[in-house]
Unconditional design. Structure first.
Length: 121
């Protein structure tokens, strides 16, 4: 996992480090597993960085965190373990969320995503 300064909206409460670590670990584990199935994984990771950015408006963060939460949850409408269909519902939710907040996704978010994905390979 790659950490970038400025993308740290989880910080601030006493119990945040454990929650932050858990959310980040689940996101990266799911992202790695989904990379072959989600054709726009770089945009998903950019959305992750956008959601963590302190400068992203609260409404956009809410939309992105809800979609990313659905993405990392093990239980969803179509279980991710079903080959060929498992990530279709996740793709639909992520596409809608990214489309809704695309104006708030900056080149810095996309660069952070590109660097994070290139380091995982």
């Amino acid at each position: 996992m790659v950490e970038f300064p400025g993308f740290d909206s989880f910080r601030g409460t006493n119990d945040a480090p454990a929650s932050e670590a858990e959310v980040r670990e689940k996101f990266w584990r799911t992202a790695k597993r989904a990379a072959r199935h989600v054709p726009f994984m770089e945009e998903v990771v950019a959305a992750y960085y956008c959601a963590l950015d302190k400068d992203t408006p609260l409404r956009a963060k809410g939309i992105l965190l809800a979609a990313l939460g659905y993405f990392i949850l093990p239980v969803d409408t179509i279980p991710d373990v079903i080959l060929g269909l498992g990530f279709t519902d996740d793709i639909a939710v992520l596409t809608a969320a990214i489309t809704a907040v695309r104006a708030h996704m900056t080149p810095a978010h996309r660069l952070a995503a590109k660097e994070a994905l290139s380091q995982d390979q």
